[in-house]
Write a protein that binds this ligand. Structure first.
Ligand code: BTN
Length: 255
């Protein structure tokens, strides 16, 4: 159906008209020993979830709402790297199909012309030593028109169709995303995170900029100096102290 060019990712697809959340279904399938590469796609989510316990607006038919199951034999500390790997694959998939420039805002937002087009939510089932399953949730606005967004999103969200100026094939995007994800997943397992990190940095807008990071226990401002091997953001504050940011919302301050 999708004309996939992969050997394992997306080879088993569970497609639904409406679900609460594809993440929830993927977690359940993972527990039922579904194979690596299993992909859950829904036309609509009634309780789509975003990072930091937010909800994710997932109306019928206009976006890609999907969750991919991986089973890398790695310690759980490596999981955040998969968010960055996924972001790189998604940028390339969008650029292949839409010919628009996409930028990454750490850790997981894909922006076109400064508006969010895609979010990634990586969740895992693991013990202290090993990941059992990694569930990569991808939410992409594809064919919405500006007026389709609820008013709180109108100024901050966009879709591929808005940016490209014409309708975009969701199947083509999923197919390209699986192709790039499989390629970078293999590269990562063979060569580690370093080559992925370089690619990620080439698409990132936050690095080298003055930012404000809002974390659960307050906010810090300073220059985003880079990311670590683990995908943690480094922020150098105005006193020169370097902070490791594991989870936050980032605002890029004017130059
Ligand atoms: C974010 O930017 O906060 C992440 C959004 C992730 C949304 C996707 S849509 C498919 C999958 N199912 C969910 O409930 N959430 C993710």
């Amino acid at each position: 159906l999708l004309g996939l060019q992969t050997t394992s990712l997306g080879r088993s697809i569970h497609h639904y008209d409406a679900v609460e959340s594809t993440q929830k279904i993927a977690h359940k399938l993972a527990q039922e020993h579904a194979p690596e590469g299993t992909l859950v796609i829904a036309e609509e989510q009634t309780a789509g979830r975003g990072r930091m316990a937010r909800s994710w607006h997932s109306p019928k038919g206009s976006g890609i709402w999907m969750s991919l199951l991986l089973r890398p034999e790695l310690p759980p500390q490596k999981a955040p790297q998969f968010t960055l790997l996924t972001a790189v694959a998604l940028v390339q998939a969008i650029e292949d199909i839409c010919d628009v420039q996409v930028e990454i805002k750490w850790p997981n937002d894909l922006l076109i012309n400064n508006r969010k087009v895609t979010g990634i939510l990586t969740e895992l089932q693991a013990d202290s030593e090993q990941i059992h399953s990694l569930i990569i949730g991808i939410g992409m606005n594809v064919n919405q028109k500006q007026e389709d967004f609820p008013k709180e999103l109108v100024d901050i969200a966009t879709s591929l169709a808005i940016e490209k100026g014409s309708e975009v094939s969701r199947a083509a995007i999923v197919q390209r995303t699986m192709y790039h994800l499989e390629k970078y997943y293999h590269l990562y397992m063979e060569k580690g995170f370093a080559p992925i990190k370089l690619l990620w940095e080439s698409y990132a807008i936050s690095i080298g900029r003055h930012i404000t990071a809002r974390t659960f226990n307050g906010s810090i401002s300073g220059i985003a100096s880079g990311i670590t091997e683990e995908g943690v953001l480094l922020l150098e504050d105005d006193q020169g102290a370097v902070h490791s940011i594991y989870s936050a919302d980032i605002e890029i301050n004017p130059k």
